[in-house]
Unconditional design. Structure first.
Length: 210
């Protein structure tokens, strides 16, 4: 949705995300957000009770964006069954796995909303304990836990070689997490990053595919 099609409430959250990513949560005032939207402070409070409520809405929207990305690529979401997800990944070839890996990585690096959210998350994890816990959960713990369980199911059905699924999850996720940090804000180097992703995902496939 373009900004012109947003409701006032959606515009408040969107402008707040831009400001939070640049100035931090504490460094951004309600007046800053209202000015960016072009409304009075009092008008903002008709839509949100506090900055914290705006931040909560931003986090909820990040989950929606990630779900929409999975849907657009045809990837089973984490809300579905592990059996269905394992069947999906077992049924696609090496080239498709690599292509999906590149698209997911590109989404986190270049999607307008998620690139701003990534900057906000990295900034606020040092300033806000609650956000630190959210950062850990969203960008590490949830992903690794899901992949561990997924890989365990793929081992069970014979799609992956025998091994420790938790180690597999870390072997898959850790390099991607590092590359997101390395190339965040460097969209001009996207092709270079995607070349590394291609090699990395291909190597993972060759190492563990049964």
């Amino acid at each position: 949705m373009g900004k012109q099609g947003m409701t006032t409430k959606e515009r408040i959250a969107d402008e707040a995300l831009t400001l939070f990513a640049a100035k931090g949560f504490r460094g951004t005032t309600v007046k800053d957000i209202a000015d960016a939207v072009g409304i009075k402070d009092a008008s903002l409070y008709k839509h949100f009770k506090s900055k914290k409520e705006i931040l909560n809405t931003i986090v909820e929207e990040a989950y929606v964006h990630m779900g929409n990305m999975s849907d657009s690529l045809g990837i089973p979401s984490g809300d579905g069954s592990l059996e269905d997800a394992a069947e999906f990944f077992r049924g696609i070839n090496r080239e498709t796995i690599i292509a999906l890996g590149k698209e997911v990585f590109k989404f986190y690096l270049t999607d307008d909303y998620m690139s701003r959210f990534w900057k906000l998350a990295n900034l606020e994890q040092y300033n806000n304990r609650d956000f630190y816990e959210l950062y850990r959960r969203l960008f590490t713990e949830e992903g690794i836990e899901y992949q561990k369980n997924l890989f365990a199911e793929m081992i069970r059905m014979g799609a992956f070689r025998e091994g420790d699924p938790e180690v597999m999850a870390y072997n898959f996720y850790s390099p991607i997490f590092l590359l997101l940090h390395r190339y965040a804000g460097s969209e001009g180097e996207l092709d270079e990053a995607l070349e590394i992703i291609e090699k990395m995902v291909g190597d993972f496939y060759d190492r563990y595919q049964a």
